[in-house]
Every structure is written in structure tokens, then in C-alpha cells.
Design a binder for this molecule. Structure first.
Ligand code: NAP
Length: 274
């Protein structure tokens, strides 16, 4: 089983990679820092006896994500699991060199681009796509014509919620194309996530609230290793079980509009790779 995990240099992604390596998967760790990836790969090799491969790309750059996809296609004749887990919550509004709001690009547009470039390989492998969304998706107010919130009020949590709603809608759209795609909320997890956020700092000190990265990785590992990852296309999971979600996270018209605008913003022409 070739399992590609983005955002594998820390937190939930690194913990999931270790659990999957222990379960016998050939894991490919994707991150933007070679030094951090090597440290995680060394740790997993000691723990599991299997040293994962690594691949780098900064998701704030479409050029790097495109190069990553070509590299993965070159190296792996099959991809059984693609785990889109990399994500960021920025308390400041920042633009990428491609001109997009940082969270819109790192959390949605780049995973959209990577998945589409790898989709034929995943399909031919009978593989699955798993995306780390969040409970924050429930409060998303995504507008496909304003993914960067340049016309509407921008706040860090509003924008983060939109991008996590986009993860769920992308999962819906993939499922409608016959892909075994699911997404999940990992819980409130003690990782390097949102270190500048007062709200996250508060959650971290509230007794009994924050869980470990290993606990956060459990649903990802469940979806990668059990029939649930294939039997419930389009579903949002919490604690390794399908969960109810508002219509805004699975609305087919909204999912289709997001797909079309994402094709255009990432430079993938309409109709390609679908
Ligand atoms: N922690 C929580 O409570 C929580 C709750 C709900 C959902 N989530 C989601 O869980 C996922 C994993 O987050 P985490 O909690 O494990 O946090 P984390 O420890 O900060 O891990 C985030 C991962 O994403 C990578 N990443 C960030 N920006 C990137 C970029 N520009 N290019 C490439 N990779 C980038 C990070 O790489 P570096 O190591 O180089 O920074 C890291 O590997 C995210 O999608 C997040 O939205 C987390």
C-alpha cells in the first residue's frame, strides 16, 4: 500500500504516518521542510522498522505543488491512499506569491491541484482520498466567487472555516465523480497548529479538551485501513464514524461551483482530469 500524506512533518500527519507504517503501509511523507521530514522519517524508522520516503513542496506555491505531483507520479506506479492533511490557520491576512489568501491556497487550492494531478493514478490503484477537514467547516460561509474574502470581511477563523468547508465540498465533488473520498474532524489536538491564536491557546489549557496527535490521527488511520474509507464516499467522519453535517458542507451545487472556480484558479482547464 503506497500512502501519501501531506502535512506529515508534524502533528496529526506525522502521527498518522507512524501508525500507518506500523500497519505495513509504504508511507510517503510530504512537507515543506526537508529537515523536519527527515526527523519524522528517522523516528518512524526506529518505531516501525520501515523508513518512509519523503517529498517536499510548499503548498503556498502552485509551481511547487505541480512539481511535487510530477515527482510522485514518477516515483510511484500506484497510489493507494492520498491523505490531504496539510493545513494552516494564520491570524494575519497573508497573500501567496500566486496572489491568493494563504489559507485559501494551502488548505484548499493546492490540495485540489495535487489531487487532480494524481487522480488518474489513485483511481487506477482503486485508491482513496482522505482530507483533514475540521468541525470549523460547520460555520463556513464559503463564496466560490470570493475564496480569498477580498470582498467580504476577513477574519482568521471565518476564513479558516471557509477553507475547511471547502475540504468537505471537495470531498462531495470527488465522490460524485466516483472517487472513494472522505473527510474528517480530528478533534481538538495539541499540535503546532495556530500557535498565535488566543482561542487555540485557551483550548490547550482547558482541562480535558485537547487530545494527543495520536488520538487526532485515529480517524485518518481508520479511513485509510478499513472499509469505511471506501464505503461512505462524500461523508464527513468524527471519531471514526460518519457524522451529521450541515447542508453547506455537501451541497452539490455549491460543490460544483467550487470545483469550477478551483479548476480555473489553479490553472487546470475545465474538463481536464475529471
Ligand atoms: N490541531 C487541531 O486541533 C485541528 C483541529 C481540526 C483540524 N485540524 C487540521 O489538521 C491538519 C493538520 O494540522 P495539525 O493540527 O497536525 O497542525 P501542525 O502540527 O501545524 O501540522 C500542519 C502540517 O501542515 C504543514 N503545512 C503548513 N503550511 C504548509 C505549507 N505552506 N506548505 C506545505 N505544508 C504546510 C505543516 O508543515 P510544517 O511542519 O513545515 O509547518 C505541517 O506538516 C490541518 O489541516 C488542520 O487544519 C487540526
Amino acid at each position: 500500500m503506497i500512502t501519501v500524506i501531506t502535512g506529515a512533518s508534524s502533528g496529526i500527519g506525522a502521527a498518522a504516518a507512524e501508525a500507518l507504517a506500523r500497519a505495513g503501509h509504504d508511507v510517503v511523507l510530504v512537507g515543506r521542510s526537508r529537515a523536519k521530514l527527515n526527523a519524522v522519517a528517522d523516528r518512524i524508522a526506529r518505531a516501525s522498522g520501515r523508513r518512509p520516503d519523503t517529498a517536499t513542496a510548499d503548498f503556498a506555491s502552485f509551481e511547487e505543488v505541480t512539481r511535487l505531483a510530477a515527482d510522485l507520479l514518477d516515483r510511484y506506479p500506484r497510489i493507494d491512499v492520498l491523505a490531504n492533511n496539510a493545513g494552516v490557520m494564520s491570524t494575519r491576512k497573508r497573500l501567496t506569491r500566486d496572489g491568493h489568501e494563504l489559507m485559501a491556497q494551502v488548505n484548499h487550492l493546492s490540495p485540489f491541484l495535487l489531487t487532480n494531478l494524481l487522480l488518474d493514478r489513485v483511481r487506477r490503484s482503486g485508491g482513496r482520498v482522505i482530507t483533514t477537514s475540521s468541525r470549523a467547516a460547520r460555520s463556513g460561509r464559503l463564496d466560490p466567487s470570493d475564496l480569498d474574502r477580498s470582498r467580504r470581511r476577513w477574519s482568521a477563523w471565518l476564513q479558516y472555516g471557509d477553507t475547511k468547508q471547502a475540504n468537505a465540498l471537495f470531498t462531495t465533488a470527488l465522490a460524485r465523480r466516483g472517487v472513494a473520498a472522505t473527510c474528517f474532524h480530528p478533534g481538538v489536538i495539541r499540535t503546532d497548529f495556530a500557535p498565535d491564536s488566543f482561542f487555540m491557546k485557551l483550548l490547550m489549557v482547558l482541562p480535558g479538551t485537547a487530545r494527543t496527535p495520536e488520538e487526532g490521527a485515529r480517524t485518518l488511520v481508520h479511513l485509510a485501513t478499513t472499509g469505511d474509507g471506501a464505503k461512505h464516499p462524500g461523508r464527513f467522519f468524527v471519531d471514526s464514524a460518519p457524522a451529521s453535517a450541515p447542508k453547506s458542507m455537501s451541497d452539490p451545487a455549491l460543490a460544483a461551483a467550487l470545483w469550477d472556480v478551483s479548476l480555473s484558479l489553479t490553472g487546470l482547464s475545465a474538463g481536464e482530469k475529471i
